[in-house]
Ligand binder design. Structure first.
Ligand SMILES: N[C@@H](CCC[C@H](N)C(=O)O)C(=O)O
Length: 276
């Protein structure tokens, strides 16, 4: 059998198809990504992580490897916090990077990562910048939110009178397209106590997912902002597990698990047909 190498992995159940492509030769069309991520006719995933040498795409970076992230609908996003942990774990497991600290290139810029001995990963997520406020509408009900830029766009609604478990996120919540012309990731958050949040998320280009790393950083930044500070640490419980986040002026970190589940080959004929 000769096919296209793939791996399957996840970070707190935000799951990805990994495509090792050091030389950057794979042709990733929107149709092909959407077919790969389809849970019935493809492998099934929230997104795709292509592993490509930064130099192969002429990307200026301190890092050797570029994370080419695509959402399940085939759209390109700037950054994926759970994805970068899984990406880093793949590099270490496969001997392409040494355990410890190294840099991963992303569309949002270089991200320093530390792969710990237990293979959990801490990522330097850069600034989480509060950019304003807006409103999202879920099943006809408006919720105000804090807009946060973590390299990609987020709108975080911190809810004091609604349990996030009770929200129906099956349909795309509405949002202000003038404020977010390129779409937005929508987070819904309950404060559980000091330094502890619970979150659900509806991701741009995917739908509801069981975790979103950039979303957890945005949630913590928004919760601290509403409490009148811009510095602190918090756990965030999402349906897929728990991550730890720190934010401080101009910098944030995300720590959590990263798992590689399987590896195999995609059938060449399926790949060719899926591209058109
Ligand atoms: N799940 C990701 C975020 C992926 C990108 C997002 N859907 C977007 O379009 O911005 C994460 O873990 O951060």
């Amino acid at each position: 059998m000769g096919g296209i190498e793939f791996l399957k992995g996840h970070g707190t159940q935000n799951d990805f198809v990994l495509l090792p492509d050091a030389a950057g030769r794979l042709e990733l069309t929107e149709a092909r990504i959407a077919a790969l991520c389809d849970r019935h006719r493809g492998l099934g995933a929230d997104g795709v992580l292509r592993i490509v040498r930064a130099a192969a795409l002429e990307i200026a970076s301190e890092g050797e490897w570029f994370m080419d992230y695509r959402n399940a609908d085939g759209s390109i996003a700037e950054m994926c916090g759970n994805g970068v942990r899984v990406f880093a774990r793949y590099l270490v497991d496969s001997g392409l990077a040494a355990e410890g600290e190294f840099v991963v290139a992303t569309r949002a810029g270089d991200r320093p990562v530390v792969v710990h001995p237990d293979r959990s990963v801490t990522v330097g997520m850069g600034p989480a910048t509060i950019t304003g406020t807006s409103v999202t509408v879920v099943a006809g009900r408006p919720f105000s939110g804090v807009a946060v830029d973590v390299g990609n766009p987020h709108l975080v609604s911190v809810l004091d009178d609604t349990d996030v478990a009770d929200l129906d996120l099956r349909d795309q919540p509405d949002f202000d397209h003038d404020v977010f012309p390129n779409g937005v990731n929508l987070e819904f958050v309950n404060r559980l106590g000091e330094g502890a949040l619970r979150m659900r998320v509806h991701e741009r280009g995917v739908g509801e997912t069981r975790a979103c790393g950039t979303g957890t950083v945005a949630a913590v930044a928004a919760a601290f902002h509403l409490a009148g500070t811009d510095t602190g640490a918090s756990t965030v419980d999402i349906p897929g597990g728990r991550v730890e986040v720190t934010v401080s002026r101009g910098a944030s970190t995300l720590s959590g698990p990263a798992e590689i589940v399987a590896r195999g080959e995609i059938d060449d004929a399926w790949w060719a047909a899926a591209g058109s």
